[in-house]
Write a protein that binds this ligand. Sequence first.
Ligand SMILES: *Cc1c(COP(=O)(O)O)cnc(C)c1O
Length: 396
Amino acid sequence: MAEVPAFNPPQRILMGPGPSGANPRVLRAMSAGLLGHLDPEFLKIMDGCRSMLRMVMRTDNAVTLATPGTGTSGMEAAVMNVVEPGDRVIVGVAGYFADRICQMAERAGGEVTRVTAPWGSAVDPTDLERAVKQAGRVKMIAVVHAETSTGVETPIEPISRIAHENGALALVDCVTSLGGIPVEIDAWNVDVAYSGTQKCLSAPPGAAPVTMSDEAVAAVRSRETPCNSWYLDMELLEAYWDSRRTYHHTAPISMIYALHEALALVLEEGLENRWNRHQRNGSALQSGLEAMGLSLHADPRARLPVLTTVGIPGGVDDAEVRSTLLNRDGIEIGGGLGELKGKVWRVGLMGESSAPGNVLLFLSALGRILRSQGFLADIRASTDVARQILEGPGTA
Ligand SMILES: *Cc1c(COP(=O)(O)O)cnc(C)c1O
């Protein structure tokens, strides 16, 4: 018999672009004994997830479920089910994840038009509108609500209005926004949306909430060709999630427990309280970074509180800073992605990780490392301004 040493992961504060820290109650829920995927007690938990997802996503959509897999599985379910060969698809692209939507839509046979904006700004709705008018008949307009590669929020309402005025469906990536900033699926008239468990919902990666409006469901039902993905075919998934309970895949039992507990935590905290918490901690971090002498990359009119991109000052070693933060301070942050590689750090304050103590700890740790590399970070000014915001009016 081989002796295999036990794995004890080191303690980390997860302040990167995901995963964020899981809530201890979620981890406890995951360690509960397994049930069969058709056990009536398990089906109750699935139903609970459905109804809580509707509350958290602010929708009455009948088709609201969680796909097995990380956020990308939700993206693939959304895109692959809606897009048929030859369909025109318009995607607002100002970051890495929007480009992933384009790649999927192309694999589904769609004819994709990318409407771009610089990485750091939001896509301009008038540019999208112009592209729709030029394209003629459009099946879907897709955008990323919270672009994790740039730290930018794209307002959804104007874009879904353009989609509907032109007979198209509106698809929105809510992976990084759900549970952190307002997401209003019905009020914004969004047809297809998906998220993930590992960003602002504070659960491990492994399930992806997906919701579809009746119009989107009708479009999926009237496809001429079957969905290119069997595993993520929404009609097959729905037949398991609704009262038919038709076997499709073995539900990731422990992940469904995790999602259930994570959603309960969101509702216990209250959506507004949760959005306010993320907003306050994000503002404290951003003001603290600026007071330190650093510059923020994202357009100030569209900055996300849950993910901050901060410019790496000249003469500072990107990899060295991140590895010192990780190995000495136990704090993980992310490097730049795509065209921002080597130019920015990405600091997440999502879900459980969005806490005042993390903001202050990170600012002082980063300030020390920057000073050791010759950048004169004003640590005192930074933590003072952050503390003022954290302790300001409205503090819970
Ligand atoms: C993280 C993320 C994804 C992908 O989710 P995974 O869990 O990594 O598969 C998709 N879109 C956005 C905006 C994200 O932040």
